[in-house]
Unconditional design. Structure first.
Length: 95
């Protein structure tokens, strides 16, 4: 079985670390070989998708420019990415 490519896009380093750990463990527990890549900006993910199209993207909406919503709109405009699943995630904390 080929490795599944999973992109995690979030501007918070701790969230990226925790998400990568959780997703990597879940994939391993299910017997799914996975390559989990993390990006601290939508721009990084946008630049890297051509090196290996992801099977799944976990995308934070609450990011500075480009925002998660801008990245999602861009993602949906690329024909080669139309079959890629994108899960929107956000971490909101009270002050």
């Amino acid at each position: 079985m080929p490795k599944k490519r999973i992109f995690i896009v979030d501007n918070q380093p701790l969230t990226l670390h925790n998400a990568r750990t959780l997703v990597s463990k879940a994939a391993a527990d299910c017997g799914i070989p996975a390559e989990v890549r993390i990006f601290q900006s939508g721009e990084e993910a946008r630049e890297q998708w051509q090196t290996g199209k992801p099977d799944l993207v976990l995308l934070d909406l609450n990011m500075p420019k480009p925002t998660g919503m801008e990245i999602l709109r861009w993602w949906n405009s690329i024909a080669e990415l139309q079959d890629t699943r994108v899960v929107v995630v956000s971490n909101v904390t009270g002050k």
